[in-house]
Design a protein around this ligand. Structure first.
Ligand SMILES: Cc1ncc(COP(=O)(O)O)c(C=O)c1O
Length: 385
């Protein structure tokens, strides 16, 4: 148990839910690899009955992530998409969701190709514009769903301003905080009702496990999502929980280095003659630079830049050596990707064009390697254009 009442972020990351094992004193949380638990007699157990319902390793991770986001509880799922899907299982046919128009491509795919078949209705708006969010809301709106910064355009939404509207209208505001992690942005403190993450990214931090979480601000939400874990079953396995518990111990130091390297790469790209535009909230040229400074305590490691054409993007992506061409983000290694043919392929050409994702765009998740090596790699690759 922590003795200090309000420990700092790094202390919480290392200690909350990460207490030594009561049975053996093991400093690292054990992986409880079990599907069921011994019942002492009918109706008498140690609080655990069946592993879909609960597992001690999972309980520890849920405590930890709630503490990092400032929530009252959290519930972890098999992937970020499983968490977002779980979120929507609260709704009924005829319910309406106002969603950001620029999200990770898998989210609109879930909404448009699966959830519409269950009678849910979706409106897509530019959530950078609070008036547009309010205008899109209807009597049957149940949730406003926002990603900030957006993937891949790095546009911000003003969480506090949107929460004033959603509070007035008694609608839940849910923020996907994957890009910033709770180290740099705390949506619940800014007025959001719930936070989701793909823990696959910065929370895990090592590109070795999928996962997702819903962080709750009210006991009723925690109860509902515990029920969904039990009833629908897309829970996170104990091993994957353990990977995140291990990953978050270094979240603070990793995020500091990601941010430092991210700023250096964004600055370098913004001065490179082969790069036409850079999308990074830490650049004074970003249209929401001031909001970024107010709402976030760092700018992070996600950068998108314009190479001018599909063939330029292809040429440079073929040349990189330190940066790894691959989907995903948030690992210690620099990952580089092409939104139009990878993360946002499912949007289709028309969908991408409508929100401004071009064929020449390249997205980079800046890792924590020596920054000079990342810069030299990018310079060499860009010279190939
Ligand atoms: C911002 C964001 N949210 C959610 C997801 C979905 O997470 P997962 O891949 O863990 O299902 C992703 C995946 O890339 C993402 O980038």
């Amino acid at each position: 148990m922590l003795s200090k009442k309000h420990p700092g972020f790094a202390t919480r990351a290392i200690h909350v839910g990460q207490e030594a094992d009561p049975l053996t004193g093991a400093i690292a949380v054990p992986i409880y690899a079990t599907s069921t638990y011994l019942q002492e007699e009918l109706g008498k157990n140690k609080g655990y009955e069946y592993a879909r319902v609960s597992n001690p390793t999972r309980t520890r991770l849920e405590e930890n992530l709630a503490a990092l986001e400032g929530g009252i509880a959290s519930r972890v799922f098999a992937s970020g998409m499983a968490a977002i899907h779980a979120l929507c299982t609260l709704f009924k046919s005829g319910d309406h969701v106002v969603s950001g128009h620029n999200l990770y491509g898998g989210v609109p795919r879930l909404f448009n190709q699966i959830l519409v078949n269950y009678g849910l209705e979706f409106a897509y708006v530019d959530t950078s514009d609070v008036t547009a969010v309010e205008k899109a809301m209807r009597k049957n709106t149940r949730m406003v769903y926002v990603e900030t910064p957006t993937n891949p355009l790095m546009a911000l939404s003003d969480i506090r301003a949107i929460s004033e509207v959603t509070r007035r209208k008694k609608v839940d505001l849910v923020v996907d905080n994957t890009f910033m992690s709770p180290y740099f942005q705390k949506p619940l403190a800014l007025g959001a009702d719930m936070v989701v993450h793909s823990t696959t990214k910065f929370l895990n931090g090592h590109s070795d496990g999928l996962g997702g979480v819903i962080v709750c601000s009210k006991p009723q939400q925690a109860e509902q999502f515990a029920f969904i874990q039990k009833a629908a079953g897309a829970i996170l396995s104990p091993f994957e929980c353990w990977l995140v518990l291990r990953g978050v111990k270094t979240l603070a130091v990793r995020m500091e280095q990601h941010d430092k390297n991210g700023r250096a790469v964004a600055d370098f790209l913004s001065k490179h003659k082969k790069v036409r535009e850079v999308f990074y909230p830490g650049l004074p040229s970003h249209p929401q630079y001031r909001l970024a400074q107010q709402q976030m305590t760092g700018f992070g490691a996600m950068i998108t830049f314009e190479t001018g054409s599909l063939s330029n993007a292809k040429k440079m992506l073929k040349k990189v050596r330190v940066c790894s061409l691959g989907e995903s983000l948030g690992g210690v290694e620099t990952l580089i990707s092409h939104p139009a043919t990878m993360t946002h392929l499912a949007l289709g050409e028309k969908g991408r064009k409508a929100i401004g994702i071009t064929d020449g765009m390249v997205r980079i998740s800046v890792g924590i390697e020596d920054v000079d090596d990342i810069l030299a790699d990018l310079d060499e690759a860009l010279t190939a254009i």
